[in-house]
Design a protein around this ligand. Structure first.
Ligand SMILES: Cc1ncc(COP(=O)(O)O)c(C=O)c1O
Length: 396
């Protein structure tokens, strides 16, 4: 693929235009979709360097390059590295830590992220303190001289609380040890919020979710504006080799082009579902940042372009009601993951967060009656009817 572009990336353009044109380098045929360049090794004309700038596919390749440029553009970053999964991207960020470092992490980060830090990285001599990451004072209090990283996810999973990234960045910046602020942007996507613009040093994301958008790819990425961090992450990517194949990159690139259109529908549908659930007799509590009663509604309104496609609901009848509700849903499919066009329901206590102890579940605010909904792009009326019918079953 040549370096020539059909359209120059421009921060002056709106997101909806940039996402469509972010991957616009042309090949010799002028293909509009980035071609899938199979993994390979690249020919050198002389020993001084390979002809087209790529040496070997673990290190780089044209399809992955294009994804990295596009993702960096959408996250308002200068650099991005793509990985074989969101977890591989998170592991890349954690690899910046060294023995005796300390990490402050939000209490409801993705369960595997929590496990990665408290089981694997703990073995390398890295200590983790778990805090309520929606409270900048709690973060400040948990920080120590050796704190090297503050890691947060917003909206949080599955209780959809909102971390004020700007306020957190202010706390982190004041700390003399110069720790890094890392934000997992998976639940929002770069269309709804760009943590680097709010002061984060690194943004990580599972492209498996909203960016891919069709439940057909597993991939991840890390983006930053800081050259030295980008270099370290790129070195880790090269040395450890957890890179995505060209087909995964192609699917993520294709997803990027329609991200805003899908997100708008996800948000509109989720707002309607949250309104239906909120105050219903069978419901103990509805978790959606768009509800005025949500404890972080004001932060969400300031930080996000809209309130997202995820809604969680605690059913009044506890675990039994959660099981009956999930079983009665028809359009919503009982499955883990999120961010695809199809609506999904899952029970965090037994599915995504099954490795959490009872105490960890309590600490993360996950009651037995909680069901998490990833609201898809189907017609709102069908989704509303599906949820209404499943709730009516509980009433009866
Ligand atoms: C917030 C969040 N971050 C990271 C991940 C991990 O992503 P992946 O499954 O692509 O490794 C997930 C997966 O569900 C997630 O929900």
């Amino acid at each position: 693929m040549s370096d020539e572009r059909r359209s120059e990336p421009s921060r002056d353009r709106r997101f909806e235009t940039r996402e469509v044109h972010a991957s616009a380098r042309t090949d010799q045929y002028g293909a509009l979709a980035t071609p899938i360049y199979a993994n390979t090794t690249y020919e050198y004309d002389t020993m001084d360097g390979p002809r087209g700038g790529h040496r070997y596919s673990r290190i780089s390749g044209p399809t992955r390059d294009e994804l990295e440029r596009a993702f960096a553009d959408l996250e308002a970053a200068d650099h991005a590295s793509a990985f074989a999964s969101g977890m591989a991207a998170i592991d890349a960020v954690c690899s910046l830590l060294t023995a005796d470092d300390h990490v402050v992490v939000g209490e409801s980060v993705y369960a595997e992220t929590h496990e990665l830090l408290t089981r694997i990285y703990a073995g390398y001599g890295i200590e983790t303190t778990v805090v309520d990451s929606t409270d900048p004072d709690a973060i400040a209090e948990a920080m120590r001289p050796e704190t090297a990283m503050v890691y947060a996810e917003t909206p949080t999973n599955p209780t959809l609380r909102i971390v004020d990234v700007e306020a957190t960045a202010a706390v982190v910046d004041e700390h003399p040890g110069d720790p890094l602020l890392v934000v997992d942007n998976t639940f929002a996507s770069p269309y709804l919020q760009r943590p680097l613009e709010c002061g984060a040093d690194l943004v990580v994301e599972s492209l498996t979710k909203y960016v891919g958008g069709h439940s057909d790819v597993v991939a991840g990425a890390v983006a930053t504006r800081e050259d030295d961090l980008a270099e370290e992450i790129a070195y880790y990517q090269y040395a450890r080799g957890g890179t995505p194949g060209p087909f995964a990159c192609f699917l993520a690139l294709r997803g990027i082009k329609t991200l805003s259109a899908r997100m708008e529908r996800h948000c509109r549908n989720a707002t309607a579902i949250a309104a239906l659930l909120d105050g219903h007799d069978a419901v103990e509590r509805t978790y959606y940042p768009g509800l005025e009663s949500h404890p972080n509604h004001a932060v969400a309104r300031r930080q996000m372009a809209d309130f997202g496609g995820m809604v969680s609901v605690e059913l009044a009848g506890g675990r039994e009601a959660a099981a009956a509700f999930a079983a009665d849903l028809d359009v919503f499919v009982l499955a883990e993951s999120l961010g695809g066009v199809e609506s999904l329901a899952e029970h965090p206590a037994t599915m995504t967060h099954q490795d959490f102890s009872r105490e960890q579940l309590e600490r993360a605010g996950i009651p037995p009656g909680l069901v998490r909904l990833s609201v898809g792009t189907e017609h709102r009326d069908d989704l509303l009817r599906d949820v209404e019918d499943a709730l009516a079953g509980l009433d009866g």
